[in-house]
Write a protein that binds this ligand. Structure first.
Ligand SMILES: C[S@@+](CC[C@H](N)C(=O)[O-])C[C@H]1O[C@@H](n2cnc3c(N)ncnc32)[C@H](O)[C@@H]1O
Length: 226
């Protein structure tokens, strides 16, 4: 678990300023106030009569406690949910498939990519994977190492990379800090790019390309397309 005391945050902020990036422009991305991540999850469960829900990273069960479904599994090494493990340990032992999986654990590009790839192995046909925190508005919101309390991490880089794959259909819903919506099917809007190392992308790259990178859909278009 990350150490978030004042001195660590300050040290990380200085480190990022000196060695990572100094780009200070901010994006204005508005999110509807009355439709949150758990509303989209519940909408999909009700619409498709899904039976099994998996959440990776549960914290205080802000989402987990609101979901109504036959079977729910919540994985978190620290708090919330009902399985006290890291996602890697969980997937290593897991034998169960799920209709819908919500990824909201460690918000680092490599871990998110791993969580998505592991989730794909246990996703039922016609299921959905949702990924939280895909649309940061500033460099600070997506910085690794972390130096602010409210933070998205660099989840967005995993979405950009996976949008280049032919067998995954991905868009980002402009709700609740950005929710990535992934289906295991032919990619209808493949991202063409010559990026070699997705981890090395900077906030500046995202700032100028985020609409193309993330394939953003409004709240209204999200509901029309799921
Ligand atoms: C942003 S919070 C989750 C919030 C919650 N899903 C919600 O909807 O409000 C992130 C959680 O991920 C957990 N976490 C950190 N590393 C993890 C890992 N490797 N595997 C699973 N969960 C992890 C943290 O303990 C923390 O509770």
């Amino acid at each position: 678990m990350e150490d978030l005391n004042f001195f660590t945050l300050l040290k990380n902020r200085i480190y990022c300023f000196l060695f990572i990036e100094r780009f200070n422009k901010k994006l204005q991305i508005d999110f509807p106030k009355n439709f949150q991540r758990w509303d989209l999850i519940q909408h999909l469960i009700d619409k498709y009569d899904y039976k099994n829900y998996l959440e990776i990273g549960c914290d205080k069960d802000q989402s987990f406690s609101k979901i109504s479904v036959d079977t729910k599994v919540g994985v978190d090494p620290i708090s919330g949910g009902n399985v006290r493990k890291t996602s890697d340990d969980f997937f290593q032992d897991n034998k169960q498939n799920f209709d819908i999986i919500f990824i909201d654990g460690l918000h680092h590009y490599e871990q998110v990519k791993k969580d998505i790839n592991n989730s794909l192995k246990f996703l039922n046909k016609n299921g959905f994977i949702l990924v939280h925190d895909c649309l940061p508005r500033t460099k600070a919101h997506q910085s690794i190492p972390r130096y602010r309390g409210s933070w998205n991490g660099d989840v967005w880089k995993a979405i950009v990379e996976l949008r280049t794959k032919e067998n995954l259909n991905i868009f980002t819903s402009q709700i609740d800090l950005g929710v990535g919506v992934i289906k295991k099917e032919m990619n209808s809007n493949i991202l063409k790019t010559n990026i070699k190392n997705f981890k090395d992308l900077k906030f500046k790259d995202y700032y100028y390309n985020y609409k193309n990178f993330m394939n953003i859909k409004s709240y209204e278009d999200t509901l029309k397309s799921v």
